[in-house]
Design a protein around this ligand. Structure first.
Ligand code: GZL
Length: 308
């Protein structure tokens, strides 16, 4: 059974030992295609497992996330899943959740709160994603490239750690240089606006590549590069993260060069961890999801395969 803003939307087809659980899910928002896919997959997985999911979309507001968590406590849910928009400011509400005796799972981005305040975290390794993107760019440019960086949401662990990982690798190569770094908040429209502005303040002929913390901002940048009369994917290389269908479409059009995969399939492991905990089993503090790096040579099949 699926509760969307209090409505019963559907009854799941197959039960398992998660069946009948009532779980509150506080989602960041709908800022990117990856986030939308992550939400859709989570709702479908809850329905399949006959979990009643109380879903809240905070539209990137931490305050709205905290209010949603308080509402889940009042509704006496069996567990809570939190996808935190930014890293800091969670300790107080996590203490309230702990006092209510409700297990909470952190999913995707991280929190700075003490790990004793949550059951586990299901996520990818953002530092690894940054390293992988940088290693590819170093290789294809022989370690000589002036880079524009489009950062994700300020204060999010995804943006910070992808930047850390990327810089760890390029710092080994003196001619790999980030000439400007600006946030596009993981949003396509802002990625385009920021890139358009950069193309007017920097000498475009000096820009070798765009390193974008997610595909949506990269796709926005691609549009800006085209409007500047340049050829994205050729004049300016494009490397990003998420592996959403639209980046594979861009690759098929010759406009993008590499994307590091971020799996949107995190709900299953989160639901499994909650069920294990409620069955008295021990749950590890981190449950990793992994992904590879993809290029134009497999874009057509990846595009076809990733229609969620
Ligand atoms: C990272 C995730 C990021 C995605 C973006 O795990 O939090 O947030 O890379 C999304 O697409 O906005």
């Amino acid at each position: 059974m699926l509760l969307l803003f209090g409505m019963v939307v559907a009854v799941g087809a197959q039960g398992n030992d998660s069946s009948g659980l009532r779980i509150g899910f506080s989602q960041v928002g709908s800022e990117s295609d990856w986030r939308t896919a992550f939400t859709e997959i989570t709702l479908a997985e809850a329905e399949r497992r006959e979990i009643t999911l109380l879903f809240s979309n905070a539209e990137n507001s931490q305050e709205a996330q905290i209010e949603a968590i308080r509402s889940f406590i009042e509704q006496k849910v069996d567990a809570i899943i939190l996808a935190p928009v930014i890293e800091t400011g969670w300790t107080a509400i996590l203490l309230e959740v702990q006092a209510a005796g409700i297990p909470i799972v952190i999913i995707d981005r991280n929190v700075t709160a003490d790990e004793s305040l949550y059951l586990t975290r299901v996520s990818s390794d953002f530092v690894f994603e940054g390293r992988l993107a940088a290693a590819w760019l170093v290789q294809v440019t022989s370690g000589d490239c002036k880079i524009v960086e489009l950062e994700g949401t300020v204060g999010s662990s995804a943006a910070r750690d992808r930047q850390i990982g990327f810089n760890q690798v390029i710092s080994l190569f003196p001619k790999m240089q980030i000439i400007v770094s600006q946030t596009g908040d993981f949003r396509r429209t802002l990625g385009q606006e920021v890139m358009d502005s950069i193309l007017h303040t920097e000498d475009p002929s000096k820009i070798c590549a765009v390193w974008s913390h997610n595909d949506d901002m990269a796709i926005g940048a691609i549009e800006a590069i085209k409007q500047a009369g340049l050829d994205p994917g050729q004049d300016i290389l494009i490397v990003s993260v998420d592996a959403i269908p639209d980046i594979f479409k861009a690759m098929m059009d010759g406009d993008a060069n590499a994307t590091v995969e971020l799996s949107p399939y995190m709900a299953g492991p989160a639901f499994d961890a909650i069920t294990a905990y409620l069955n008295g089993e021990t749950v590890p503090k981190w449950i990793p999801v992994t992904g590879g790096i993809y290029f134009p040579d497999t874009a057509a099949e990846e595009y076809a395969r990733r229609q969620h």
